[in-house]
Design a protein around this ligand. Structure first.
Ligand code: ADP
Ligand code: MG
Length: 266
C-alpha cells in the first residue's frame, strides 16, 4: 500500500457512503435523523413528512398541542409503530423496519406515556423486566440494583409497586428505561401529574444522566418551566408536522406557537 492510499479518505472521490452513514455516521454529530417520515392511521396522517434530528448528547424537548403527533413520533423512533413511509437513521445505521428489541441493542430506549409498571409486582421484579432479555447473572443484578438506586428507591426493593407514589413510579419507569444503557432515551410525559418537588427531582435526574453519562434525550412535556429547566433546544409539532425548532425563549415568544396552543386543539 502506498503512502497516498492511507491519506485522509475524505479526499478520495470513490468512498462509498450509505444514506444512514451520511446522515448519522461517524463524520457527523447527528445521532438520530428521520427522513420524510410519514405515519397514517387509516386516512388520517399523524406524522407528516417529518425530518427530525437529534445530536449526540443533546437534551431536546418535544412540545405541541394534544394530538399533534408527539407520542406517534417517539413510537416510530423506538419501533413500537412502523412508518407508512420514510426512513429512520441512527448512529450510521438504517433502523427502519427493525424490531424494538433490535433498536434497544443499538442504543435507543423509551419510557412510554402509558404507565408500564406492574402494581402487583415488587420494585425489584419490575426493575428486572426490561433487562432480562439483554443481560443475565451478575451483569443483570448490577443493572437492576443501579436502576433502583438511581430512581431513589434503595430500601424499597421488596415493596409492591402499587404502594409507591405516582412520582416514585415515574422514577422507577425512568430507571427501567435507563437500565438498558441507551445513548438515546425517549421520555413521553415523565412528569405529568407530578408535584413541583417531584418534577424538580426528575429534571435534576435527566440533567445528571445527560451530563454524566452522555445520554441524549427527547422529552415530551407541556410545562414550559420544566422545559426551560432541561432543554438545549425545543421542537414544536403541530398537526403531525415540525412547526418550529429553537431555544425555549424563541419558542415562548413566537406568536404563531401561542396561536396553535390557543387554537382549540387542547
Ligand atoms: P400527542 O402525543 O401529540 O398528543 P399522538 O401522537 O398520540 O398525539 O396522536 C396523534 C394523532 O394520531 C391523534 O389525532 C390520535 O388520535 C391519532 N392516533 C394516534 N394513535 C392512533 C392509532 N393507533 N389509531 C388511530 N389514530 C391514532
Ligand atoms: Mg402523547
Amino acid at each position: 500500500m502506498s503512502e497516498s492510499d492511507t491519506a485522509d479518505d475524505s479526499l478520495q472521490p470513490n468512498v462509498r457512503q450509505t444514506p444512514a452513514g451520511k446522515a448519522t455516521g461517524e463524520r457527523t454529530d447527528t445521532l438520530l435523523q428521520t427522513e420524510d417520515l410519514v405515519k397514517q392511521f387509516g386516512g388520517f396522517t399523524a406524522t407528516d413528512s417529518v425530518d427530525f434530528g437529534v445530536d449526540e448528547g443533546e437534551l431536546r424537548c418535544l412540545i405541541g398541542p394534544n394530538g399533534a403527533g408527539k407520542s406517534t413520533l417517539l413510537n416510530l423512533i423506538v419501533g413500537t409503530l412502523q412508518p407508512t413511509s420514510g426512513r429512520i437513521y441512527y448512529d450510521g445505521q438504517d433502523l427502519t423496519g427493525l424490531e424494538p428489541n433490535e433498536r434497544v441493542q443499538r442504543g435507543i430506549s423509551m419510557k412510554f406515556q402509558v404507565p408500564s409498571v406492574y402494581g402487583e409486582l415488587s420494585v425489584r421484579e419490575n426493575a428486572r423486566l426490561p433487562i432480562q432479555q439483554f443481560a443475565d447473572g451478575e451483569e443483570r443484578r448490577r443493572r437492576v440494583d443501579a436502576a433502583i438506586a438511581d430512581a431513589g428507591l434503595s430500601g424499597y426493593e421488596e415493596v409492591q409497586a402499587s404502594a409507591l407514589s405516582h412520582g416514585q413510579q415515574q422514577q422507577l419507569e425512568i430507571g427501567m428505561a435507563a437500565s438498558l444503557e441507551p445513548d438515546l432515551l425517549l421520555l413521553d410525559e415523565p412528569v405529568a401529574g407530578l408535584s413541583v418537588d417531584e418534577r424538580d427531582e426528575i429534571a435534576a435526574r435527566i440533567r445528571r444522566l445527560n451530563r454524566e453519562e452522555g445520554i441524549a434525550f427527547v422529552v415530551i412535556e407541556h410545562d414550559t418551566d420544566f422545559v426551560a429547566e432541561i432543554a438545549d433546544k425545543v421542537t414544536v409539532l403541530h398537526q403531525g408536522e415540525v412547526f418550529r425548532e429553537g431555544s425555549i425563549e424563541a419558542i415562548e415568544a413566537d406568536p404563531e406557537v401561542r396561536r396553535i396552543y390557543l387554537g382549540g386543539e387542547q
